[in-house]
Design a protein around this ligand. Structure first.
Ligand code: HEC
Ligand SMILES: [Ca+2]
Ligand SMILES: [Ca+2]
Ligand SMILES: [Ca+2]
Ligand SMILES: [Ca+2]
Length: 267
């Protein structure tokens, strides 16, 4: 049984299925990041004091696996989801609500979402927790979530019920601006040192010459953190030590690149 915070992580929330009714198509996905199968029997799924549902069946979340709970376990009417257990009396407000999981008095995980500005506000798509944020602390932050992009179940809903999520950090929107700021001119605006163009996605997916087994994209953080890129700029790779050198990446900029890689190097 999950016994401490983080034994289970709330990874996906279908708060507003559309055009399906809430009572038909809502669901919550839980992930078990531990190395042990966990039984949900006796856990309580709650919001902040309005609704609570105590789980009365032996629902097993496999080690490293996922499970979906919702008010409707009929895949013919819930959008085609395999719901492992019906959570009667627990609904997900579209505007703002809390999903909280307790073992007795111990909180296992909790997510308090809004409908913006912090959290995304999709309809017919889930709140999808980014891969770089897959734990009970990071999922508190709205910025760790993005709308799901891929369909399931054949009813036009977007999400990945019961399966690993997709990432939320993309090359185009997130990583490329950092590269443009720090990797010019050698890899930007036609600069192709080492065959790597960091303002175009394509060459980031070629095998790196200097990082065995990695793409050039994944190699960027290795070369940044070992102090060899940006080339010749005198960076150590440790943002604290490099604070006085404007050529070097800040901790936040390094985090963006790391998150892009962990999230699957999305275009
Ligand atoms: C002043 C020019 C210059 C700048 C600025 C620069 N690089 Fe490079 N980069 C090079 C050169 C030259 C090479 C090839 C030699 C080497 O690997 O050390 C290279 C190679 C690389 C490689 C190795 C690719 C492979 O296939 O192994 C990566 C990754 C890389 N750079 C990332 C970056 C990143 C990320 C930045 C910005 C944070 C950056 N570089 C900034 C000149 C530069
Ligand atoms: Ca709802
Ligand atoms: Ca509720
Ligand atoms: Ca949490
Ligand atoms: Ca999922």
């Amino acid at each position: 049984m999950p016994s401490v915070a983080g034994d289970l992580v709330i990874t996906e929330i279908m708060k507003d299925p559309s055009p399906l009714a809430d009572a038909a198509g809502e669901w919550v996905e839980l992930h078990n990041p531990t190395a042990t199968d966990l039984d949900l029997f006796g856990l309580s799924l709650e919001d902040d004091g309005v609704e609570a549902h105590v789980i009365t069946a032996h629902v097993i979340v496999p080690a490293g696996g996922y499970v979906v709970l919702g008010p409707n376990d009929d895949a013919a009417t819930n959008g085609g989801v395999t719901v492992a257990y019906e959570t009667t009396g627990f609904s997900l407000d579209d505007v703002a609500d809390v999903v909280s999981l307790f073992n007795g008095a111990t909180s296992i995980d909790r997510v308090a979402y809004d409908s913006g500005p912090a959290f995304p506000d999709p309809q017919g798509a889930t709140l999808n927790l980014a891969l770089h944020a897959l734990d009970e602390v990071d999922n508190d932050l709205g910025a760790s979530w993005c709308p799901a992009m891929f369909g399931y179940g054949g009813a036009g809903q977007l999400g990945s019920p019961g399966a690993q999520n997709h990432g939320c950090v993309s090359f185009q929107q997130d990583a490329m601006p950092v590269f443009q700021a720090k990797c010019a001119p050698c890899h930007i605006d036609g600069g192709g040192s080492s065959g790597l163009r960091l303002d175009e996605y394509a060459t980031t997916q070629i095998a790196a010459g200097t990082c065995a087994g990695l793409t050039q994209g994944a190699c960027t953080i290795v070369r940044i953190q070992n102090g060899t890129m940006p080339f010749g700029a005198g960076c150590s790779g440790d943002p604290a030590l490099d604070a006085g050198n404007a050529a070097c990446l800040t901790a936040d900029q390094q985090a963006v690149i790391e998150d892009w890689i962990t999230d699957g190097q999305l275009p």
